[in-house]
Design a protein around this ligand. Structure first.
Ligand code: ZN
Ligand code: ZN
Length: 180
């Protein structure tokens, strides 16, 4: 993990063993205020060390593998997308294109995607997306995700794609679904 403070490290370790943590649990375990608990949870989510859920954080599943729920392709290392549904199911998609579609059909509490450059698992809600670029390694139109806005912007510029944040990417995908 990149730049975690000692306390963030401890929270992260706790999260690894418990699977999820509520703000109150962090407050009582570390004797900190609610504002501090929320700030630490934000920091962990921003660094890709945790996924935000209502009132707390959840562990990011490191393995997103298996067949895509949308198109049944095998998921690929630099493209995989995963979601945890409100019903507690874990679903996988081959790439962000199918992942964003799956989100429309299965209300999710958290979603993770993969940085196309580095293969790291990142929080889907905080990722940046490049839509319809010339690089089309999986489903069409291509949707790729990146942890850094700067990387995504450069990639979009080089390969003729459109830069989008999570909600813009979702809207875009939604539109395509209804016009295809
Ligand atoms: Zn798929
Ligand atoms: Zn795909």
């Amino acid at each position: 993990m990149k730049n975690l403070s000692p306390r963030q490290h401890e929270i992260f370790n706790l999260l690894e063993s418990s699977g999820h943590l509520k703000a109150e649990e962090i407050q009582s375990a570390f004797k900190v205020s609610q504002a501090t608990a929320y700030r630490e949870m934000d920091n962990l989510a921003r660094q890709g060390a945790a996924a935000k859920i209502p009132g707390g954080i959840a562990k990011i599943e490191q393995e997103i593998a298996g067949r895509c729920i949308q198109c049944k392709r095998e998921s690929r290392p630099n493209l995989a997308f995963g979601l945890h549904t409100e019903k507690g199911e874990k679903l996988n998609a081959c790439c962000p294109h199918c992942g964003l579609m799956a989100l429309e059909m299965h209300p999710a509490v958290s979603a993770v995607t993969t940085d196309f450059f580095y293969g790291t698992i990142i929080n889907a809600a905080q990722a940046w997306y490049v839509l319809e670029s010339l690089v089309n390694p999986c489903c069409s139109p291509s949707v790729l995700s990146f942890a850094s806005r700067e990387d995504a912007k450069r990639f979009a510029g080089a390969f003729n794609g459109k830069l989008a944040d999570f909600s813009q990417a979702r809207q875009h995908n939604h539109k395509l679904m209804h016009f295809s």
